[in-house]
Design a protein around this ligand. Sequence first.
Ligand code: G4P
Length: 295
Amino acid sequence: MNNDKPINESSRFVSTAINWYPGHMTKARRTMEEDLKLVDMILEIRDARAPLSSLNPDMAELGKNKRRLILLNKADLADQNLTEQWISRLSRDTTSAAATDARNTGSVKSVRKLLDEISAEKAKKDKARGIVNRPARIMVVGIPNVGKSTLINSLAGRASAKTGDKPGVTRGSQWIRLGRSIELLDTPGILWPKFEDPRVGIHLALIGSISDDVLPSEDLAAEGLVLLSKHYPEALTAKYGSLDEDPYRSLLLIAERNQLLKKGGAADSEKAAKRFLDDLRKGRLGRLTLDMPFD
Ligand code: G4P
């Protein structure tokens, strides 16, 4: 436990700066810079529960002049009202935004429709300049675990992109054809090089985009409990009964109430932390959003 060094209101228990930028991610940034020269637009996938924390930091800077479609994926797990607020906040000029659920056929069809509209727009401009039959080239980017592979697989209608089961697993860039008018460029996920605001790392860890080995689960769960007791207190009470103001004591209550016990019979707060994190990530606490559009 580490609750003696407050950093700010929403990161009281995780006091170490998360600086997780493996070597392969530096390489991925360079690859991305090269790849950007080849594409007409960017399809940026973020997690609807953390639309700001899951922003691809390199893309914000490297691709600032490209047309962009931001998809807030896993919208089925996020707070609907806040997702709508995020969409209107993110849409501007050459950037549009939409909510998606990559595991839902109807939702994927809507994404395809948006991409078809964009490619038709481009074909029209090309034609005016005498260029015909050139497909729209779209670079797909997103930090690990936002659902990029799932979406690409669903769009392509076959298992064309390997679906990774561990956050942080990356692949080399590859092209995927969607009909005759669109080519998707799948790029390896890139994580924030340095989490200047500790909340970014905490929110990403809470939604499962950072490996669980980076932060102690009890401290991370403590952060999550504090955050949820502020924004979604009813969800916590409905799932676990009434909890304590101290999140570590709450973990013991969750352990006792769910028979998560150590060998001698004492409440096991680590097991409770893991149960809470799993409940949060799988949507068993209801639909919720960690990044607030009004923060
Ligand atoms: P990535 O390429 O961006 O790293 O992510 P990937 O597609 O591998 O998806 C990561 C996990 O998120 C997968 O679950 C996937 O099924 C799930 N997922 C993707 N899109 C959505 C969505 O819109 N809504 C919800 N609820 N989940 C989504 P997993 O547990 O790792 O695998 P599995 O349960 O699919 O076997």
